[in-house]
Design a protein around this ligand. Structure first.
Ligand SMILES: C[S@@+](CC[C@H](N)C(=O)[O-])C[C@H]1O[C@@H](n2cnc3c(N)ncnc32)[C@H](O)[C@@H]1O
Length: 417
């Protein structure tokens, strides 16, 4: 086993990136997204201008922004339809002024989400205005501007709801109920419009910052689930069953975490206002790793087998299922697609535990890829995260982090020639 393991600070991996939210990286919240430095590192070290990069769990679309700034092309897949919106807004290169982003809060034609439960999330007063401004978005706004306008609009929609905006998951808390009660006793309509403009200015500034960096015109293929909202297609994109129809140079991804975020549930309010029907959203969530269904037999890893015995000893069927579904899903995706990757596979994975059992995701993926014929190139481990999570576990004599500590890893594998 090679020992090419380096302890680094992910945020300082490359010098030229000023912050994790520079340019359009922070237009909207997205749980557990890539930090751009990690993507930039892989791009600089392992790719050439014009190369095709691939992220099958693309989430926010961090890779698209970095690819466009470094003249690489990309293929992005995700189960979450919001990827269509985020990539279009973050890669916006046309001239844009505040006037372009004006909306009508009293628009005559309303839009109601196709979700019976929507009244649980907004009081009728807010719904009355939201259905009008979203009516404007759906029926009157130029398609090209829709993704950009959706950013501030989604932010106010989330704020003017019973959902707790401090928590990514859709969740009605005491705090949020209080917030709505207070808002209703004030001039909330003016506040809603003011917030819209504040968020719009912020969005515009970020897009202009991106445009000042002179992005290249790249080929960026987005394949995410949709229901005729951003594309004419109605389909569910489940990366574990999709197959690449072209060769790519490098695969760089951060797959879902084992302690998953429940992305579809987190984005349910957004998706509903954008026009995705409730039953479609429910279908989507059934494909989300690790809540999907998949048989065993996809993964080949000794560590996986050893830990499976330990997890089985917990006598907890659900936890065992989570464990097996998670790894068999990632393995099936790799089995289906690794042959189309010409040179490098980079996997960014976070710390994971099942009860007290640490699960070294990177080791398991590494072993499976070795089985598929790939060889280990390097693993980068973030020391800051390790310190924060587990205090003084860095050996003062060597400066090396205790290898048993769960932390964030960037695993890089190279195709054997
Ligand atoms: C950790 S996030 C990726 C973050 C992304 N790298 C970024 O920079 O924003 C994992 C992603 O996997 C997606 N996902 C979960 N199950 C999936 C499936 N079966 N097929 C495709 N994508 C899936 C989630 O929607 C989520 O966006």
């Amino acid at each position: 086993m090679t020992q090419n393991i380096r302890y680094v600070l992910f945020r300082e991996l490359v010098g030229e990136i000023p912050s994790t939210t520079y340019a359009t990286h922070g237009l909207y919240m997205y749980p557990a997204k890539f930090i751009p430095q990690v993507v930039r590192y892989v791009i600089k070290k392992y790719t050439q201008p014009g190369d095709m990069l691939f992220d099958p769990f693309a989430g926010y679309g961090t890779l698209a922004i970095e690819a466009s700034l470094t003249n690489r092309n990309c293929v992005l897949w995700d189960l979450n339809p919001i990827l269509h919106l985020l990539v279009r807004a973050s890669l916006y290169t046309e001239p844009l002024t505040l006037r372009d982003l004006e909306v009508d809060f009293e628009y005559s034609e309303t839009f109601y989400p196709r979700w019976n439960n929507i009244g649980y999330w907004h009081p009728p007063e807010f719904l009355r205005v939201l259905t009008r401004v979203w009516g404007y978005w759906h029926r009157a706004l130029d398609d090209k501007l829709k993704p950009v306008v959706a950013i501030p609009l989604l932010k106010i929609t989330r704020y003017f709801s019973y959902s707790d905006e401090k928590i990514a998951k859709l969740y009605k808390s005491k705090y949020a109920e209080e917030k709505v009660k207070k808002l209703l006793s004030t001039d909330w309509k003016s506040k809603m419009q003011k917030m819209y403009w504040d968020y719009t200015r912020e969005t515009l500034e970020k897009i202009r910052e991106y445009q000042r960096l002179k992005p290249y015109k790249i080929n960026c293929v987005v394949k995410a689930s949709d229901w005729g909202v951003f594309t004419s297609e109605k389909r569910i994109v489940d990366s574990i069953n999709e197959k690449l129809d072209r060769e790519v140079h490098v695969l760089v991804t951060s797959p879902p975490y084992l302690q998953a975020q429940e992305y579809i549930r987190s984005f349910k309010l957004e998706l509903a206002w954008l026009g995705y029907p409730d039953d479609f959203i429910t279908q989507l969530s059934k494909h989300e790793i690790p809540y999907n269904e998949i048989g065993e037999g996809e993964i080949s890893s000794r560590t996986y087998e050893e830990l499976k015995k330990e997890v089985a000893r917990l006598n907890h069927d659900k936890l065992l299922e989570l464990y097996t579904v998670y790894f068999n899903s990632l393995a099936r995706f790799l089995n289906n697609n690794h042959e189309k990757v010409a040179s490098i596979i980079a996997f960014f994975v976070g710390p994971a535990k099942i009860r007290n059992i640490r699960v070294p995701i990177d080791t398991i993926i590494r072993e499976h890829l070795e089985y598929l014929g790939w060889k280990h190139e390097e693993t980068l481990v973030d020391t800051i995260v390790a310190r924060r999570l587990f205090k003084t576990q860095v050996n003062p004599a060597t400066g090396i982090v205790d290898d048993r500590i769960p932390t964030e890893h960037l695993l890089i594998m190279r195709r054997r020639i």
